[in-house]
Design a protein around this ligand. Sequence first.
Ligand SMILES: CC(C)(COP(=O)(O)OP(=O)(O)OC[C@H]1O[C@@H](n2cnc3c(N)ncnc32)[C@H](O)[C@@H]1OP(=O)(O)O)[C@@H](O)C(=O)NCCC(=O)NCCS
Length: 232
Amino acid sequence: MRYVIERMTMADIPRVIEIEKLAYSSPWPPSAYRKELQENRYAHYIVVRDTTYRSPSDPAAATEAPRRHFPLSLLSGRVPSPPARSDRTAVVGFAGLWLMIDEAHITTIATHPDHRGRGVGELMLGGLIDIGYEIGARHVTLEVRVSNFVAQNLYRKYGFRDAGIRRRYYSDNHEDALIMWTPQIHDSAYRADFLRLKAALTTRMEADAERADTDSVDARPHPVADSGTGQR
Ligand SMILES: CC(C)(COP(=O)(O)OP(=O)(O)OC[C@H]1O[C@@H](n2cnc3c(N)ncnc32)[C@H](O)[C@@H]1OP(=O)(O)O)[C@@H](O)C(=O)NCCC(=O)NCCS
């Protein structure tokens, strides 16, 4: 797998909704995403794509070499707009935030279950924090279910700290929300930690991608080296 971050577009919404339904007990409808992308100028949404994915209906699938397209956005701190042609079905995660004055409020973050545990969530959280830097946020904040330890671990890794409880915040089961905040993201200590985490993630994802390339080469049938009578 090779993952890249891009801005979410309208064409991504059907796949985003598929993942949304797998990730959340109260999924947002497509209209909510359409509205966010078209009408909310304080909203910023990203997707992560697996660039090695090929749709079976893509005629290039059989002939084209895998694209060597690693998430340079991780290093540069910019989240690029998508290329003119890209396979929308290759979206494996999405995330978004709203800028409110100088606070970036994360509204959603989800990885397709088949791609969890591979750094996609981290890539997206880093992408959102990068957007926070770009748009002048001083802090990043969010609410998370008190029972959602996986997400809380991800946020703590990126410096979010507990800042209170919103009682019975979730309407489906009246679960409490934990409120989490980063420190000032422009603090030199925070920024240094953030850059270190992004560099470590880049190294890890590069190594995973190289390993996957090697495995796929090893898995190809080896040519018959003897009499030339091997089956065709
Ligand atoms: C939360 C979520 C986005 C994480 O995505 P992911 O792609 O699996 O995350 P990553 O592989 O990047 O993991 C990043 C960190 O998250 C935490 N984490 C991930 N999986 C974990 C697990 N199974 N158990 C404990 N912590 C875990 C770890 O801190 C991990 O860092 P590490 O690799 O150094 O241990 C994903 O689980 C998800 O989509 N959940 C459903 C939607 C959701 O709950 N969103 C949050 C709403 S507030």
